[in-house]
Write a protein that binds this ligand. Structure first.
Ligand code: SF4
Length: 322
């Protein structure tokens, strides 16, 4: 596994980070829940493996569903869950307990806390500690792909960026404000941690479920990141994905799409994005779509309770009147 090197820009230098890539490219994929990160990653990792690359896919979403599509709908045991069970039994986790293979792709799920309990971000930190204990830094993959939830903006989910656990980030978005809001947040996080001395950059964006309205393309242009692939909103893709079918196969109808994505992901340098402010994001959409002309009307105290409550005489003692 690669180490890291400082890539601080000299003042006035172009805003492209020096690629600090050694042998293994560690790439974190962020995006809004449901935008198609797992779909993109399952097909991308499958295509990369068919191209002869050694690929490890790690699901870092507490929902633990990153590898489900790759394994035809089957859930695999998580690292955190297995580690807890083994610890109670006085055993140690071995790689075969948590890492599974399909057609050349290696995959595992970090897992997370039980619903309603614990901290997902803390789980990620603990999961990476367990990975390091299993020899993560000695493994010799061409690519390690990390799947992260992007909706959460807390430090736990910014961990791979904050700690330089990856070299580059890919955002997945579509032509809707919510997914572009999340992609923009990720760009902001990259720039924030870069200001603190971090080295992670954004490699680009995958546009998923593209219906041709163009907002995602406009976003990528505005934040100055390349588009790595555009996956159309197509009924066949939706149906096959819902049926846990891999479509990123050489020779298949959608194969060239994922061949192009695999090539672009490998070659794209980590770039420093220019995140937008809220008005900039809204400006990507026509006003009547996002309700940009809504006026913020301040609430009054009498709006907040019934008229009777509001008319009750005050019990406050005014001492000047006593
Ligand atoms: S919001 Fe973030 S830091 Fe807070 S509990 Fe959830 S994962 Fe942990």
């Amino acid at each position: 596994m690669p180490g890291r090197q400082s890539t601080k820009d000299p003042v006035g230098a172009p805003s492209i980070a020096t690629p600090s890539i050694k042998e293994t490219q560690i790439i974190a994929i962020y995006g809004k829940g449901g935008i198609g990160k797992s779909f993109t990653l399952a097909n991308l990792s499958y295509m990369m493996a068919q191209q002869g690359k050694k690929v490890l896919l790690i699901g870092c979403d507490p929902k633990s569903d990153t590898t489900t599509l790759l394994f035809g709908g089957r859930a695999c045991p998580t690292i955190l869950g297995t580690s807890g069970e083994k610890k109670r039994a006085g055993d140690k986790v071995s790689i075969g307990d948590v890492c599974f293979k399909r057609d050349g792709v290696f995959a595992m799920e970090l897992g997370g806390p039980d619903v309603g309990r614990g901290c997902g971000g803390r789980g990620i930190i603990h999961g990476f500690e367990l990975l390091e204990g299993m020899g993560f830094h000695e493994w010799d993959f061409d690519y390690v792909l990390l799947d992260f939830l992007g909706d959460v903006v807390c430090g736990g989910f910014g961990l791979p960026i904050a700690r330089d656990l990856c070299q580059k980030v890919i955002v997945v978005g579509s032509n809707d404000l919510q997914s572009l809001y999340v992609a923009n947040n990720v760009c902001s996080a990259v720039e924030y941690f870069r200001g603190l001395g971090g080295n992670v950059g954004v490699a680009g964006m995958v546009i998923n479920k593209d219906d041709g309205t163009g907002e995602a393309q406009a976003f990528a242009k505005a934040v100055e990141i390349p588009i790595l692939a555009t996956i159309p909103a197509h009924e066949e893709i939706r149906r096959k994905s819902a049926n846990y079918e891999i479509i990123g196969r050489p020779g298949d109808r959608w194969g060239p799409l994922f061949e192009e994505l695999a090539t672009n992901v490998g070659l794209a340098p980590p770039i420093h994005p220019k995140p937008l402010d809220q008005d900039g994001l809204l400006g990507l959409f026509t006003g009547d779509v996002v309700g940009r002309h809504v006026v913020l009307e301040p609430a009054r105290p009498e709006d907040m309770c019934s008229a009777e409550t509001f008319k009750k005489p005050s019990l406050e003692v005014i001492y000047d009147d006593v």
